[in-house]
Write a protein that binds this ligand. Sequence first.
Ligand code: F0G
Length: 454
Amino acid sequence: METIIEPFRIKSVEPIRMTTRGERARLIREARYNLFGLHSDDVLIDLLTDSGTGAMSAPQWAAIMRGDESYAGSPSYYRFESAVKNLMPFKHVIPTHQGRAAEAILFSIFGGAGTRIPSNTHFDTTRGNIEASGAAGDDLVIAEGHDPANMHPFKGNMDLDRLDAYLTEHGDAVPLVMTTITNNAGGGQPVSLANIRATAEIAHKHGKPFIIDGCRFAENAWFIKSREPGQQDRSITEIVRDCFSVADGMTMSAKKDAFGNIGGWLALNDDDLATEARAHLIRTEGFPTYGGMAGRDLDALAQGLSEIVDEDYLRYRIATNQYIVDRLDAMGIPVVKPAGGHAVFVDARGWLSHIPPLEYPGQALSVALYEIAGVRSVEIGTVMFGRHPDGTETPAAMDLVRLAFPRRTYTQSHADYIVEAFGELADMKDSLRGLRIIEEPRLMRHFTCGFERL
Ligand code: F0G
């Protein structure tokens, strides 16, 4: 059979509240044109994020009931720890309430004024934690990663020559090297196993630890299996183990590829660093056998980690994005190609070329998509990355709109509805106007800033 079906049936449903276009125009105006300001029951299809929004399986709900809430030494922790170590062979697994808490601990140890942290592309919270410590973050993704139409199979790869030169130039200021899999801020594009290995090698040659931000490790492994020469006959689990075995640690948001509604971890091999990290954890999150989570969450993640490496699931997961990307592409809408792992990324700067980057074409597009169809997306562009710690503002590398798919949550008809909405947008795109920011906080402005229409 050619049709790739959702490899599950639905046991429990959440009704969607239908809204009218007029209602949505009022709601988004009241939210000062920031989609984070909407109430989620005013959204028909919520593609704001794939983080924590997925559907848990029946076995995960059963695991929740098994959760043990002991303060210290809970069996839930040991089930969680062994599920993590089964895939990522690190010595120390430190549970946090989500990925950014792991980042905060990591950069309280490694960051600080005068230091610089390279990555393929830092995600916004990672960059936020780096900058809050006084350090600077540098993105060294390959040039193809900035070209939405380029069909390179691993557009999330680190530019290895640049990394080597960077470490030669700034070596003393660099405490560690990071890589994000998949490269969320750069279109959900994967990183090849060869590139992960080579990045680790360069980091180690310069005496630096190599840390992987592993949020979407299973999707990344699926791309390695389907695209990287020599990987086709290997299991996802084997590929995942290979990716992490060359790293010295990882940060993780379990709200992505662990099927959790909450959770995360920091993993490390070094005993002294782990001791320091646990001291920070106890002060800010919780005791090391639960960290930032309830025992029941630890059990949900332990089960989720066994489900996320399922190839039928991953095949369907990637096919959803591919389906939408193929249709938008056929309509002449510039999308990041090849399709990413967790989301469809529309090149708003390319499509709405009459709106200059500092008038936020990505934001203009996401607002219009909400008004027309009630679909909530997120700008990943100049609103998110344009403001710098010194107060200056410059256009981001790209102005993308991300449609991120919660795991196991929406179906084929939702995908068709989204495609239809883009058809409507195509008819009126030249009439869309940009926006002006009327209020913004000092860091990570996109979550809370307010806009007005130009
Ligand atoms: N790293 C990456 C690559 C991420 O995508 C995220 C979260 C984090 C770290 C932080 O994890 O949310 O658990 O604290 N990304 C979400 C998103 C929010 O919508 O892409 P967290």
